[in-house]
Ligand binder design. Structure first.
Ligand code: SF4
Ligand code: SF4
Length: 353
């Protein structure tokens, strides 16, 4: 299976190399400013996905508007470059999403939305297309039956057809208003939906999306065995046939293969200096994998400024205590491998390439 990072486009772990100033700060033990601020505007959700990482933690809280504003303004002053609105929770259950996206954009930050794609109408879609760099809609199925099995829309509403119609509206309105927002489909792969990979690629292309991204479900499935990986390779070949110049079929293969080797190839988590995660409860957590876990809370935006949270003692101490071997497989693993190499005083012959 080909696993070339440069073929991963916007999902390449080499993206970190675009930020040499922040990398330098981490390696030189200076206060490194995050590149991205993740904001969970809400921890309410109209779905009940079978593998939701936040199961039992979604208490229906909505981040109040004044804190949304505080995070964006203070984040911009600190040098944060982008804001991603996602969950724990569905961002569109918050009445402040459009306000937040617009404010961040006016402040000069790049914005993105990750959504389950159900709670939308034409006006919201149009506004989102005016202010975002990209929107990713999680689909995880290519049939109503599999969607209902996995995503379990509450009360049977806001289901598969509704999400498909909204993706179509996104791409049609984008064309009409000449928006440059990238529209992608997310597909978490497990034993439950692997057989629909090819159909999902075909569906995503027919809806006018720019890409479909396949990645493994974490924390739900046992390790992917050889039989699973063989099936994946087979379906991947089928799905890739739908690629065109305008439509990409992207498999995060390094993440699938990693499932078989839980151990980490690095000793320190340095990558979490590059992001900050504000949750709907007003608290800031170390990284997205540990959202809503009080052991990984680094501050409370209701009573502190973002600067003191990000550059304070509590965060540094917590980062120093982390043993990555105790963490789940995480999307910063490759970033951490790069940063740990650069942080290693024993590295040699660096000027010989
Ligand atoms: S849509 Fe997201 S937040 Fe909602 S239940 Fe599914 S995984 Fe959890
Ligand atoms: S290694 Fe652990 S602490 Fe670091 S980003 Fe990954 S899950 Fe978070």
């Amino acid at each position: 299976m080909d696993d070339t990072f440069t073929n991963l486009y916007q999902f390449s772990p080499l993206k970190i190399l675009n930020h040499p100033d922040r990398i330098g700060d981490i390696v030189n033990k200076k206060d490194a400013r995050p590149v991205t601020l993740e904001i969970d505007l809400s921890n309410a959700c109209n779905m009940d996905c079978i593998w939701c990482t936040y199961k039992g933690k979604l208490k229906g809280e909505i981040l109040i508007r004044s804190l949304v504003k505080k995070a964006i303004i203070e984040g911009r002053k600190l040098g944060i470059k982008s804001v991603v609105f996602n969950g724990g929770g569905e961002p569109l259950t918050s009445p402040h999403l459009l306000y937040a996206v617009k404010l961040a954009s006016i402040e000069g930050l790049k914005t993105a939305l990750i959504t389950n794609g159900s709670l939308l109408d034409k006006n919201k879609i149009k506004d989102l297309l005016l202010y975002t760099e990209f929107i990713r809609i999680s689909l995880d199925a290519a049939s109503e039956k599999t969607f209902d099995l996995i995503r379990r829309p509450r009360g049977g509403r806001d289901g598969f057809q509704c999400v498909l119609e909204n993706i179509k509206k996104f791409t049609e309105i984008r064309r009409k208003i000449n928006s440059k927002t990238e529209i992608g489909i997310g597909y978490l792969v497990s034993h439950l939906n692997i057989q629909e990979i090819e159909k999902a690629a075909s569906l995503a292309r027919s809806l006018g999306a720019d890409y479909i991204q396949f990645r493994p479900v974490c924390d739900h499935e046992p390790d992917f065995d050889d039989t699973f990986l063989k099936k994946l390779s087979h379906y991947m070949e089928g799905a890739k046939k739908y690629e065109t110049k305008k439509f990409k079929v992207i498999f995060l293969l390094h993440r699938f293969l990693q499932k078989n080797e839980a151990e980490k190839n690095y000793s320190k988590c340095l990558a979490n200096y590059l992001t900050a995660v504000l949750c709907a409860d007003g608290k800031v957590y170390l990284c997205c994998q540990h959202k809503l876990n009080s052991k990984f809370e680094i501050g409370d935006l209701r009573i502190e400024h973002l600067k003191s949270i990000l550059f304070g003692r509590e965060r540094k101490d917590l980062i120093g205590k982390i043993d990555p071997e105790n963490c789940p497989i995480c999307r910063y693993d490759k970033y951490n491998e790069i940063l740990n190499y650069l942080n290693d005083k024993k590295r040699r012959h660096t000027d010989f390439l």
